[in-house]
Ligand binder design. Structure first.
Ligand SMILES: [Zn+2]
Length: 370
């Protein structure tokens, strides 16, 4: 009887979970076999510096596709919140994504539910800004009729990614697609999926990155809602997998994905500097001149008061703190060598600062924490 009851409960819970299951919508980025050799070369060059020591700003433009009558399932402010998550994840690569241009709202009924096969050329010819990452947000996105969360392109390519609204606010899809744009394969491997658990072929199989464990292709059926791997698959040596369910480049549950590995950061940074070096915002003040040696800005991360101290007196300097939208949310002019800024009213998040006089310019990142 107990057994029978258990069976009924099992059937009910299975039915329940099935009825709640959203069809698996994954990533539509197509791997490029020509990218393998390049990625291996980048990995082999790891002996050089991990990343730039200075903050590099990455210009983007948001393109939001809405219906002709303005109907939308996503707002620009939701997209900007997602951009904050992206900046949080890419912080370790010393990269800061910001809006170089105002968002473009595309009023188009046919693009609203976007299909790659027939409509990509419209986006890339009629709604594209050179040398910024164009991020297109559609109501739904599909590749040959199959719904996808989004897609991007491996280098070399035009500068863009597409994200479907259902995945645009999950905290990881945009970071994931940008990961492809900056050269990362899926952790389970796109070209070959035979990476061994013992790591012996990690540089030639799977994602070609050795500090991400072998991944048997994660999904909501082998990662629990509490982000624990529950699969029992074994590799060719009959070793059980122990994948990283938090990796942003995996197919783990979207809410579980919140990390890149050290070597993934290395690849992102290298690709940004060498393969994506065209990125440049020609519409805003350049923030490329760095000279930090005379400046100390602390605490960083900070809370309500930010101190900026110079090694010598600065004359008529202008300071701005920019948010992720590229808006100057704090502005001040000052002379001297020590200023205190009241930052209590600023929301938590990542900012970048620009301090400039006619003989001095310094820019960098500042994080406001709790
Ligand atoms: Zn992907």
């Amino acid at each position: 009887m107990l057994k029978y009851l258990f069976f009924i409960c099992f059937v009910i819970s299975t039915l329940k979970s099935n009825s709640q299951t959203i069809p698996a919508v994954e990533c539509g980025t197509v791997a490029k076999s020509s990218w393998i050799a390049k990625l291996q070369a980048i990995n082999n060059a790891k002996a050089s510096a991990l990343k730039t020591s200075d903050l590099v700003t990455i210009p983007i433009q948001i393109h939001l596709i809405v219906k002709a009558n303005g109907t939308t399932s996503l707002t620009v402010s939701q997209i900007r919140s997602e951009l904050d998550s992206v900046n949080y994840f890419y912080n370790n690569s010393n990269m800061f994504f910001y809006e170089c241009l105002a968002p473009e709202i595309i009023y188009d009924d046919s693009l609203f539910n976007y299909e790659y096969d027939t409509e990509e050329s419209i986006l890339l010819t009629q709604h594209y800004t050179n040398d910024v990452i164009n991020i297109y947000f559609a109501n739904t996105a599909s590749v040959s009729g199959t719904p996808v969360c989004g897609y991007s392109q491996f280098p070399p390519s035009m500068d863009y990614a597409v994200v479907a609204s259902a995945c645009a606010t999950n905290g990881s899809t945009l970071a994931h697609e940008l990961g492809h744009y900056f050269g990362l394969f899926h952790t389970h491997g796109d070209i070959s999926q035979g990476e061994l658990v013992d790591g012996s072929n990690c540089s030639s199989d799977g994602d070609l990155i050795c500090d991400t464990p072998a991944d048997p292709i994660l999904s909501s059926s082998n990662v629990s809602t509490s982000c624990v791997y529950t699969g029992t698959a074994m590799d060719a040596n009959f070793m059980p997998y122990a994948p990283d369910v938090t990796n942003i480049m995996s197919y783990s549950r979207k809410v579980c994905r919140n990390s890149f590995s050290f070597e993934q950061y290395y690849v992102i940074n290298s690709v940004m500097l060498n393969e994506r070096s065209n990125l440049y915002c020609q519409f805003a003040t350049s923030v490329s001149a760095f000279d930090k040696k005379n400046l100390r800005l602390f605490p960083n991360p900070g809370t309500d008061v930010l101190s900026v101290v110079f090694s010598e007196n600065i004359d008529s300097a202008k300071m701005c703190l920019f948010n992720t939208l590229g808006e100057c949310v704090y502005e001040n002019s000052f002379s001297g060598n020590n200023i205190q800024i009241n930052t209590s009213k600023l929301p938590m998040g990542v900012y970048f600062y620009s301090i400039e006089s006619n003989v001095f310019k310094s820019t960098g990142k500042w994080v406001k924490s709790e």
